[in-house]
Design a protein around this ligand. Structure first.
Ligand SMILES: Nc1nc2c(c(=O)[nH]1)N[C@H]1C(S)=C(S)[C@@H](COP(=O)(O)O)O[C@H]1N2
Ligand SMILES: [Mo]
Length: 335
């Protein structure tokens, strides 16, 4: 990935206010019984609880389950302000500069939407727009996101376990990998019309996971953040979040998940195989050919070059949960 030289120096009161409003809303939901084994949920076991939402504007989603995951390591309650999470983005389909996805994706239509689950499965299925919010138990998970470019954030996602989707699809014994695909719609995605704007990528954007990685409880299909449906720039209406891997694995605006026998091709690996591997596990001991991965800039409220620099942790701090997936593997070779 190219290091961009555009800076954003917005450190504004309202970003802190966003966070305050978020926590106040959480408190309110808590009082209303939406957090934990809420009273309103009794008798509706298995049903998701969410409010009426419009198609294009991020709106509130009520979570069903108690918070099950929280970031390890240096995390001390500091979320990246919502205003940063939705304005400092990598989504090359809407431009390769950090500020462009928020600006160029605002008319993006996410309803109707179809996510097709196909390939080596007994139960192929298609999830329509509304199914994305109602087919699986939604929960909130606060994860660190570590971009391969050496910046990071802490994001309160809403979503469901990818493992739940895998179980529903019933993989055959031949299914060894999952191949993910982003929407290909040059009319809506200007980066797919212009190689310069789209960073030279051949679209659609492709990603993949080994099936045991997909089954790990940390792997999340996200449909929201900060208590609302995903804004377009963060991958509406549904995107993958794999917190122990570099951010480029967390593919946005997914329309296809195919279960396959062989390791599938992936976008950044196709573009520069010596820089971006299939595994892309966060690893401070293996540098990118053009920069160190030993530390990272934690995005807080300021510009991208003025952040506190912190040590990068193996598997982004989730080693306890995922290191076992790679036991015996040479992580320098399989970067
Ligand atoms: N389809 C698609 N998915 C994508 C990308 C992209 O350009 N296109 N960028 C990736 C990269 S490099 C990162 S760091 C994360 C950023 O997610 P965020 O903007 O929600 O923080 O999305 C990933 N998913
Ligand atoms: Mo990234």
């Amino acid at each position: 990935m190219l290091i961009k030289t555009t800076t954003h120096s917005s450190c504004k009161e309202h970003q802190i206010t966003d966070e305050k409003v978020y926590f106040e809303r959480r408190d309110m939901l808590k009082k209303m019984g939406f957090f934990g084994a809420g009273a309103l949920l009794s008798g509706t076991a298995g049903a998701s609880v969410f409010d009426i939402f419009s198609d294009d504007q991020p709106t509130a989603i009520f979570k069903q389950n108690a918070l099950k995951y929280s970031p390890a390591g240096d995390y001390n309650g500091t979320l990246t302000p919502e205003a940063k999470v939705v304005s400092h983005n990598n989504f090359y389909e809407f431009g390769a500069q950090k500020h462009q996805p928020a600006e160029l994706s605002q008319g993006f239509k996410v309803n109707p939407w179809q996510l097709k689950i196909s390939g080596e499965v007994e139960n192929p299925l298609t999830l329509d727009h509304d199914d994305l919010y109602s087919s699986f138990d939604l929960e909130e998970r606060i994860y660190r996101l570590r971009c391969v470019e050496a910046w990071s954030m802490v994001v309160p996602w809403i979503g469901f376990s990818l493992a739940d989707l895998v179980k529903k699809a019933k993989p055959t014994s031949k299914a060894k990998y999952l191949a993910f695909e982003t929407l290909h719609d040059p009319q809506q995605m200007p980066g797919q019309r212009s190689r310069r704007l789209g960073g030279g990528i051949d679209y659609p954007y492709l990603e993949g996971l080994r099936i045991d990685e997909a089954m790990n409880p940390l792997a999340l299909m996200s449909v929201g953040l900060y208590g609302k449906t995903l804004p377009p720039q963060n991958g509406a209406p549904i995107r993958l979040v794999v917190p122990w891997k570099y951010g480029f694995k967390s593919i946005k605006s997914v329309v296809g998940i195919k279960f396959v026998e062989k390791q599938p091709p992936t976008t950044w690996n196709i573009l520069a195989a010596n820089e971006y591997g299939f595994y892309a596990n966060v690893n401070p001991a293996v540098d990118h050919p053009r920069w160190s991965q030993a530390s990272e800039r934690r995005i807080t409220t300021g510009g991208i070059f003025a952040q506190n620099r912190i040590a990068t942790l193996p598997f982004n701090g989730y080693g306890e949960e995922v290191a076992g997936l790679y036991s015996g593997m040479n992580l320098r070779k399989y970067y």
